[in-house]
Design a protein. Structure first.
Length: 180
């Protein structure tokens, strides 16, 4: 089962289904849902569940009916939540459909032949390596990139449109320093 760091949250459904919970119960419930989403079903062990939820056993007992029994990836019994698992299944179907569409698109573009070379855009930086030394070469659309300088970023070429603004800023700073 693939895991994702995000999960869909339908706010109206969450508010409606948790309206009877206290703040402490809601916090524990949300922590458990997040844990289940990222790591799979939780083991059936009150001590572990309370540690994950950061709650007391009495709080866990009040919200425990909202979780269903299931089998964990390792074959041991666990707890999950029905709606969360339905959303996970929908996400997995969508991810599989998108992956298949990507494969079909690549096959039609490259006539089923992979050329082994990544496409590069004229606007992206590329990294080149020469005898153990790595340098970043930047490309732009309109002008040749300045070679990287040691100890900092490349300087703007003289005659660049920003030179006037830079000089005006420096003059303003000098005038301000003299005034104070």
């Amino acid at each position: 089962m693939r895991r994702t760091p995000w999960m869909p949250l339908y706010c109206d459904d969450m508010i409606a289904s948790t309206a009877d919970m206290s703040c402490e119960e809601l916090g524990a419930y949300l922590r458990l849902l997040c844990h289940i989403w990222t790591r799979g079903p939780i083991p059936i062990d009150e001590t572990v569940i309370c540690r994950i939820a950061s709650c007391k056993k009495s709080v866990w007992r009040r919200i425990s009916a909202r979780f269903d029994s299931c089998t964990r990836d390792d074959g041991t019994p666990g707890l999950s939540q029905r709606r969360l698992e339905a959303e996970r299944a929908k996400r997995q179907v969508l991810a599989d459909e998108r992956a298949e569409a990507g494969r079909r698109g690549a096959a039609s573009r490259w006539n089923g032949k992979a050329n082994g070379k990544a496409m590069t855009s004229r606007c992206h930086a590329t990294t080149t390596t020469t005898k153990g030394k790595s340098s970043v070469v930047s490309t732009t659309r309109d002008r040749e990139a300045a070679p990287p300088l040691l100890g900092g970023l490349p300087r703007l070429a003289s005659g660049d449109e920003t030179d006037d603004a830079t000089e005006r800023n420096r003059a303003f700073i000098r005038a301000h320093r003299k005034a104070t």
